[in-house]
Design a protein around this ligand. Sequence first.
Ligand code: SAH
Ligand code: SF4
Ligand code: F3S
Length: 458
Amino acid sequence: MRKLYIRTFGCQMNEYDSEKMADILHARNGLEQVADPAEADVILFNTCSVREKAQEKVFNDLGRARELKAARPGVLIGVGGCVASQEGESIIGRAPYVDLVFGPQTLHRLPEMIERRLSSGLPQVDISFPEIEKFDSLPPARVEGATAFVSVMEGCSKYCSYCIVPYTRGEEISRPLEDVLVEIAELAQRGVREVTLLGQNVNAWRGPARGEHADADFAELLDYVCAIPGIERVRYTTSHPREFTDRLVDAHARLPKLAAHVHLPVQSGSDRVLAAMKRGYTTLEYKSIVRRLRRACPGISITSDFIVGFPGETDEDFRQTLELAEAMAFDGSYCFAYSARPGTPSASLADDVPPAEKNARVRRLQALVDATAAAISQSMVGTRQAVLVTGPSRRDPAELAARTSNNRVVNFAGARRLVGHLIDIEVTEARAHTLRGVVPGSQPVTQSQAQAATGGAR
Ligand code: SAH
Ligand code: SF4
Ligand code: F3S
């Protein structure tokens, strides 16, 4: 066994977990990650079940892995993540060529599961929730570059009526404060300048009380993280409106290292629908958080998630969602058509908005938010922005890419030595998904333009 292929579906928690799978299988089994599943000895799927489409994709891809295994019988196939957590053994029933089924909280046991699979010849299933054990058993992350994700809490205890996550990931558990801080300090020593604190509801994070002190909350965690030498920018995702405390709002006024961006899913602009979703807040409460955030950090970018076509959502409910989206001037959003998830409370309600209507609502809402985001990008042209230079640009490797505080990619011509540094950039142009900029005082030409000019191409 030498090569590992991982296919990741779903959210950033899954992206993070996939990196951890690669880390542990590299440290313990010497496996190198490859981009082509046909080369791999171990093929892992890190799956998502948040919507039906995501779940079905997994089974399509598994079919392809089966063909690879037929061609090379020694190949091991593993299914992890939320579909695995939900379906367990039954995955082997549906796809008997699968060797390993593991959950988001048991991925650190992969080396032992592989060993048992090889010695017993039997498929291995472990989808238990052994609390925080996972983090204690993982090798240090292999970092490349100036940014890193750090998981601070796992799971979700909110039980929104439509959502599968509490059942697949388990209840909310916070990682101990010291563990988080030590991990970030080590990352900083290895060149990381920006960390994104991750959790299904990061602001539900709690540290245990110490002596006279009450429980530490997420705002306090941010204080500690921002104080770590070398860390220049801090982000977090996803936050939940229900635990968006005044202290967290204040952190945005107090901590200059905190990025001017919050992803704060609202889901709907109708109080009736929010109540049916069991979100635990009203539109008024949501608007009040956004208003206070904007006061604390002028220019802060707020992005959101929406579900349209929830059971019973009327034209009037949807109109209220459009109205809220417009009023909040969101700087981006993910709009999803409601998808009934087996086992959730809302799955017993009639899924009564026709698919064509759901899709039309998704398009209308997404277009509205995209237009506000484009206007915000346009308003940044001519301004100076502090950006963290992350590496070569994806489109033109002769250029650099950097990220603004409000989470936009800026491409510009600049020297390689800028990578990993926080610098000022002047924004010169807003494109569909990125910005263009120049280092103040430098020539506003790209390297490729310069090459074309010297080559006499034009
Ligand atoms: N914990 C985060 C979101 C996690 S899931 C929060 O509560 O804000 C990511 C997004 O998927 C959700 O915000 C929601 O918009 C969407 N989603 C979750 N369940 C869904 C379902 N059954 N159908 C459609 N979209 C769903
Ligand atoms: Fe799902 Fe709600 Fe938990 Fe978010 S808060 S993960 S939507 S149950
Ligand atoms: Fe999907 Fe699980 Fe994330 S269901 S969105 S991978 S928590």
